[in-house]
Design a protein around this ligand. Structure first.
Ligand code: DGL
Length: 261
């Protein structure tokens, strides 16, 4: 098969990366996509970094075996743990990672701190701390670790009392204080953006890295002459390490539903 027509591999610890795939499909509808979620081993965000790296390598090997022409690590946690090493292991293939969208949030120049919601691993790792260091003089950046939040989305709960209570509790301390912007630094969280907006109001910009990552993917494919030039719509295959029908059902609902605002 012509390399251009091969699929693009997407990976996340679970169903979260589908929020990124959704953006890529809008941007490049003619591409074929293979999505792998490692829900059996999720959450990654509370594991040892070494563990996350090993699991990410396994997932990438799975996607490579399917003949993918590029890989998107659609997981902030796995990106911080493994993307640099993966690029050394696989120098011939574009590997795009995702990181909390701090830059676009800072560029908005809003009054009030920028809250970064992400997993404990993402916020602890060097990648994020370098990013925070870079913008320290331009804005007040407050990391907000959210252990347990991804579990709601993994089980298909993207609204309802439990999710609302989690978010309310997290923002208790801000009690009326101005927030400049919120960055969703975990790919699961865009699916609960409507809940966050309903609780905190619609005037706070809530930013995620899905579109930026997809634009970067397109740019990398263009450079390598790997854009699929077919006239037909592409297709999507979804795999999950949890060999259960329900997780595929949840995945499809998230991917094709109208749940990301
Ligand atoms: N979706 C993943 C991310 O973007 C994390 C979820 C997990 O803890 O596994 O960081």
């Amino acid at each position: 098969m012509d390399r251009k027509n091969r699929p693009i591999g997407f990976f996340d610890s679970g169903v979260g990366g589908l929020s990124v795939l959704k953006e890529a499909m809008k941007l490049m509808p003619k591409e074929h996509y293979i999505y792998f979620g490692d829900s059996k081993n999720a959450p990654y965000g509370v594991r040892e970094v070494e563990d996350v790296r090993n699991l990410t390598y396994k997932a990438v090997e799975f996607l490579m075996k399917k003949g993918t022409k590029a890989i998107v690590i659609a997981c902030n946690t796995a990106t911080s743990a493994a993307v640099a090493a993966l690029r050394i292991t696989y120098p011939g293939i574009p590997i795009v990672g995702i990181e909390p969208a701090v830059k676009p949030a800072v560029n908005l120049k809003k009054q009030g701190p920028i809250i970064i919601m992400a997993t404990p691993v993402t916020l602890r790792e060097k990648k994020f701390n370098n990013l925070m260091e870079k913008y320290r003089n331009q804005a007040e950046i407050i990391p907000m670790p959210c252990p347990g939040l991804m579990d709601f989305i993994e089980s298909g709960k993207i609204k309802g009392k439990e999710v609302e209570e989690y978010i309310r509790h997290k923002y208790e301390d801000f009690n009326g204080n101005k927030i400049g912007a919120i960055v969703l630094g975990c790919t699961h969280y865009p699916f609960i953006k409507p809940v966050i907006e309903d609780i905190l109001g619609r005037d706070i910009p809530i930013i995620d890295g899905g579109l930026g990552t997809s634009i970067e993917l397109m740019r990398r494919l263009e450079i390598k002459g790997l854009i699929n030039d077919s006239v037909m719509e592409g297709n999507v295959e979804i795999y999950n390490s949890l060999k259960e029908e329900n997780i595929l059902k949840i995945s499809k609902k998230l991917l094709y539903g109208n749940d990301c605002r």
